[in-house]
Design a protein around this ligand. Sequence first.
Ligand code: 5AD
Ligand code: SF4
Length: 489
Amino acid sequence: MWRENSCLKPKPLTRVAPVPNKQTMAHAPHKPLPKKLHIKTFGCQMNAYDSERMAEALQPQGYDLTHDPAEADLVILNTCHIREKAAEKVYSELGRMRLTKEHRKERGLDTLITVAGCVAQAEGNEIIARAPAVDIVVGPQSYHRLAHLVEEATATGKGLVATEFPAEEKFAHLPERPKGKARASAFVTVQEGCDKFCTFCVVPYTRGAEFSRAPAEIIAEVEGLAGRGVREVTLLGQNVNAYHGRLPDGSSWTLARLLRRLAEIPAIERLRYTTSHPLDMDEELIALFGEEPKVMPYLHLPFQSGADRILAAMNRKHTAAQYEALIAKVRQARPDIALSTDIIVGFPGETDADFEETLALAARARFAQAFSFKYSARPGTPAAALEGQVPEAVKRERLHAVQSLLDRDRHAFDRASIGRSLDVLFEGRGRKPGQIGGRSPYLQAVHAEGPETLIGQIAAVDILAASPNSLTGVIKSGFEWRGPVQAAV
Ligand code: 5AD
Ligand code: SF4
């Protein structure tokens, strides 16, 4: 059953109670020696955000980023545990890192290896036991302690493991974000962890209980990003629409309230959020699609399976019909919305008939974008122990079938953009020389010939063609420059 992790003993997953910790380790003494940091990020957008914050937290210690692991005094593997042979991939990556460390040693250079992310959280001590070249294992709730851990590991040469769920709040203890120019689109984590306990999922164990950041903290971060040239913010959370950030007076803000407030920041022109759970898609949030033009017409809303039997076994707490009623409401609020989803095929007990229901729901929903996965038994989760695990070959076949349907709908959605004029936020160079590239409101990649001075701005583009992964078009003539990026927010 756990073939992918056959050399690891599956251990029951538990949530660790918060450990009081009085140290404010984020404020480690500054030692600005020039050193190099290499971060390899696996998994979701939240990991990408975390990697950015870790790099920023290490800057005061003199660490600058490098793309070359052989140059790095400190290597961080920011890992993902959600599917597949995640842990095994980490161990083979660590094998390569060990060789790099040995080669550097021969040149008289030290290397600290850190494993961060959800594999770090799930495996803990086992990582150092199996890969002794690892110096630090740090779980997602302890990144604010990283600077301190690096100092301690450097000083003592001992392996350190920080996978408890500290009582102090990570975000409040991370250093402020830097001041320099940023890319046009940024992620901001507003909510972390999950209390939904879908039976296939490790997130409630690796990321812990649901937690929402305070509105004031998020507003300050987004205002800071706006001042650095950011025009689009994607709010991140494992269950982002369950957001309920507390105010000092004890009341709390919903995600819709937070979005409305962030929309008041003039330089922020686009807002997105991901990932949402159908149960938390409340009326206020749905209505916002029709009311707040800065909220982009794109919603990622996983449905996982079209069969009620399987949805119940997954503990999703909704039926297929309820999901379809929900997306109908969303479409009523914003008829042009691009819907995106996640689907799992081959959940334990899934029959051909169940799978047909998944195909049928996907076909009716006409998703603009979708992510589909073969069910992967995660050690310690309830579904891993269920009878009726589906053979790999069946999962492969079902994945293939659902992906061809989803690809067809994605292309249909993209082709429907031909002839339309779409606002594109240009984020960087395009695929070909002379091109710049960005995203449409529907999150489609768009390339067009244009000056690099347009990067960081929104311009209307007449869409001429749709290839499998992107659209191409021409920037509308008569486009008026909106002037240099404003510094004020
Ligand atoms: N196996 C396959 N897919 C999974 N996902 C989460 N856990 C598993 C698993 N054990 C998928 C779900 C989720 C997405 C982030 O990853 O579809 O929405
Ligand atoms: Fe995992 Fe999402 Fe379910 Fe939470 S809601 S347990 S993160 S799949």
